[in-house]
Design a protein around this ligand. Structure first.
Ligand code: CTP
Length: 410
């Protein structure tokens, strides 16, 4: 009997010797559970933080750090050659330096030299090390060769320090890995110097201290837009209304809001000096006429506690306030009906809102809301209509950024 062929995408997960090595276990678990075959290549330093047995149990594959184990299989060459993606998380300053200069003194650094697939290095180190000119030069060199060196997150570091240099959330690392498997060229550094303002999530319009009118938006699409833009080098301000439990994207300024009125104020404020403004939030079209300061009783009927009034159209306002060369992007979630298709509704909405681009998603029947994937069309004010193939929300984000960046280059 012949062995069944393993058709799963093959990932080499390199693990550097930093305290964040323990988070690599969560990255590994998420990758294997989402259908990837993962070989872990830790450094000797990583094995001081996490034992090989842990990586072997979670990956179901043997784990070595040196090139003298399993010599007959020539692992130091094959590992990189056969990979569809190499992810290194955490990548220490030492590992970045070795990768930049082609040193190959263990299994992982050998795999980095033999890999011809996309390579994602996810740094984690103290802020001083990340900002040191040596590290900056190594990162620049690696990026110039097409290696994706992710932006670290900011926050608590080892000990009492806080600052830039934290490993991004494992869910975020897995999202970037999936994006590179879908589209190896999805994360060029072509948004440096751009400031983008993005709204995400669903607004909540309070009726009383306990209740609100809300919607099913999870915020995933807006977060994916922010994450991908930051990893492409943009300065990103994310104005987040209510979302599912999502990790804050690394390298992004995050401002939380609640109601449509708060979102409106925040978007006008950050939109003032942004080059690109994206309204991915699901904004309530109506709000209660009044918010009752006490909890509404079922006997409270006069005045009607759910009487509604119209909210302003924030996207239309941002279009009206648009500066020269500022790009404004809207989203349209449509279901279509007997007389009008999703695309026809999208075209009409683009004309009505006056924005430069409109992403049209079909919703309903489990599509778009509260799910991982998305698809639809990208309509442009000059009549362009590009289908957005069904894929991850990060992939849709990178297609939108491609279009926006090329329109700014013209
Ligand atoms: N939007 C907005 N302000 C609102 C409502 C929507 O800025 N009060 C923005 C959304 O963020 C999105 C776009 O407008 O970018 C389209 O939102 P959508 O809910 O699809 O459209 P509506 O304007 O509500 O139009 P309709 O109810 O006719 O579908």
């Amino acid at each position: 009997m012949t062995e069944p062929v393993d058709a799963r995408p093959r990932i080499v997960l390199g693990v550097g010797g930093g305290i964040a090595a323990y988070k690599a276990c969560e990255v590994l678990r998420r990758l294997t559970e989402s259908g990837h075959s993962v070989r872990v290549a830790p450094t000797e330093g990583a094995l001081k933080f996490v034992g090989a047995a842990t990586f072997e149990a979670l990956s179901g594959q043997p784990v070595h750090a040196d090139v003298f184990s399993d010599v007959p299989s020539v692992a130091h060459v094959k590992l990189g050659q056969e990979a569809d993606l190499v992810v290194v998380a955490p990548a220490t300053a030492n590992l970045l330096a070795k990768a930049a200069h082609g040193l190959a003194d263990d299994l992982l650094t050998n795999a980095l030299l033999t890999a011809r697939c996309p390579v994602l290095l996810v740094p984690a180190m103290h802020t001083e090390m990340w900002e040191h000119p040596a590290t900056r030069a190594n990162v620049a060199l690696l990026r110039s060769r097409g290696v994706v060196v992710a932006e670290p997150a900011s926050g608590r570091l080892t000990g009492k320090d806080t600052g830039k240099g934290r490993l991004p959330d494992p869910a975020e690392i897995v999202e970037l890995a999936r994006l590179l498997l879908e589209r190896p060229d999805a994360l060029p550094r072509d948004m440096e110097g751009l400031h983008v303002a993005i709204s995400a999530g669903g607004t909540r319009e309070p009726l009383d201290p306990v209740r609100f009118l809300g919607n099913r938006s999870s915020g995933r699409q807006g977060y994916a837009l922010a994450r991908v833009a930051a990893q492409r080098g943009a300065r990103v301000t994310l104005v987040a209304a209510h979302t599912a439990d999502l990790p804050a994207p690394a390298g992004v300024e995050l401002e939380r809001v609640g109601s449509a009125a708060e979102l409106r104020d925040a978007m006008h404020w950050v939109g003032k000096d942004a080059d690109v403004v994206v309204m991915a939030a699901a904004v309530a079209d109506f709000r209660p006429v009044a918010t009752t300061p006490h909890k509404i009783k079922k006997t409270d009927r006069d005045p009607d506690p759910v009487a509604l009034t119209r909210n302003p159209d924030i996207l239309a306002e941002l279009v009206a306030a648009r500066r020269a060369r500022q790009v404004v992007v809207g989203f349209a979630a449509e279901t279509g009906d007997d007389s009008t298709t999703v695309l026809e509704y999208g075209r009409a909405k683009l004309a009505r809102k006056g924005c430069d681009w409109l992403v049209v998603n079909a919703v309903g029947d489990g599509k778009a809301f509260e799910v991982e994937d998305n698809g639809g069309w990208l309509l442009s004010a000059n009549g362009g209509e590009t289908p957005l193939p069904h894929g991850s929300k990060a992939r849709l984000a990178s297609a939108l950024w491609d279009a926006v960046v090329s329109s700014l280059e013209v």
